[in-house]
Design a protein around this ligand. Structure first.
Ligand SMILES: [Zn+2]
Length: 313
């Protein structure tokens, strides 16, 4: 077998189906969700079982309004709050899966990606006979909005530098990590979403967080944490990294490059995906870096004129 076929760079799916149920963070609706193994090359596809199995591929072209969560929409059919599940899939190297869901929002579970990671551990992952392609960043792409910033740069691995600056008691936190080192499950997945008690009336008036509770989020006041203890001293910035990985999953492939984010959020994350998709000179689809090094020659050439096939459409 060719050395480049090392399983680290082959696509993967789950060994068997996984079921989740729970409440949607924003809709408050009870939802049943089933993850089903999918064929190589099919990507991550949501399927609304309550709407004749209507399918919505998890790609940037289907990003809907983004405020407090990332939602996908196709032909006015919605899937809300996709980021934690997508983060777990990318973080754990699951390329292909069908996500069957009987309502409009992914369940919030404990507010982190840990329940997904544990479920993947339980059923196991299956390596498939197709080489994984990465979205290799070739030149900087940046999005700026006042003091908010996000940019992606060429680099080996998938490194993330994230800095947040929230009101007390969170303050400034920074996190640096490289997903290719395989630390997602330990360092990122357990970090929970969070919100300030003081913002609750405003958010509820906006029709948001109807499913929020102390079981699915860290709840803060300006003076402290209502439902401690934290899972990490810097759990807040780690959760932003979790969100970022989930939102960038909408690029359709795992990224090869360096991401820098300052005070960003879902809107900035998905704006970066869309800007990246539009600038076809900023990236190429490529095999893993170490895979190329192993074989001492490019495994395949990527034509500069290669057009993005919405990989998973
Ligand atoms: Zn989140």
């Amino acid at each position: 077998m060719h050395p480049s076929s090392s399983s680290a760079h082959l696509e993967r799916t789950i060994q068997s189906e996984i079921r989740f149920s729970g409440v949607g963070l924003h809709s408050g609706a009870m939802v049943a969700m089933r993850l089903v193994p999918a064929a190589a090359g099919s990507g991550i596809v949501f399927r609304r079982t309550d709407l004749d199995n209507f399918e919505i591929p998890a790609t940037g072209r289907n990003v809907a309004k983004v405020s407090y969560a990332t939602s996908l929409m196709r032909q006015s059919v919605l899937i809300q709050t996709t980021e934690h599940l997508l983060s777990a899939l990318i973080g754990c190297g699951v390329d292909n899966v069908i996500v069957e869901i009987d309502n409009l929002e992914v369940p919030i579970l404990d507010g982190s990606a840990l329940p997904y990671v544990r479920a993947f551990d339980r059923v196991g992952l299956r390596t498939q006979r197709r080489r994984r392609e990465y979205l290799r960043v070739l030149k900087p792409v940046e999005v700026c909005d006042g003091s908010k910033f996000i940019g992606v740069y060429p680099g080996t691995g998938y490194t993330i530098d994230y800095t947040i600056d929230f009101p007390s008691p969170i303050g400034c936190e920074s996190f640096h990590g490289d997903l290719d080192l395989g630390d997602y499950a330990q360092l990122i997945a357990p970090a929970r979403t969070f919100g300030f008690k003081e913002d609750e009336p405003m958010l509820r008036n906006m029709g948001l967080i109807r499913g929020a509770s102390e079981a699915c989020a860290i709840i803060l006041t300006r003076t402290g944490i209502l439902n401690g203890p934290l899972r990490f001293a810097d759990e807040f910035v780690r959760h932003k990294v979790l969100d970022l990985i989930g939102d960038l999953a909408l690029a359709g492939r795992r990224i090869q490059g360096r991401v820098v984010a300052e005070r960003a959020g879902h809107a900035m994350h998905t704006a970066l995906v869309q800007r990246l998709m539009r600038d076809r000179s900023a990236w190429e689809l490529a095999p893993g870096y170490d895979e190329v090094a192993e074989t001492a020659a490019p495994v395949r050439s990527v034509a500069p004129s290669l057009v993005l096939t919405p990989a998973h459409a």
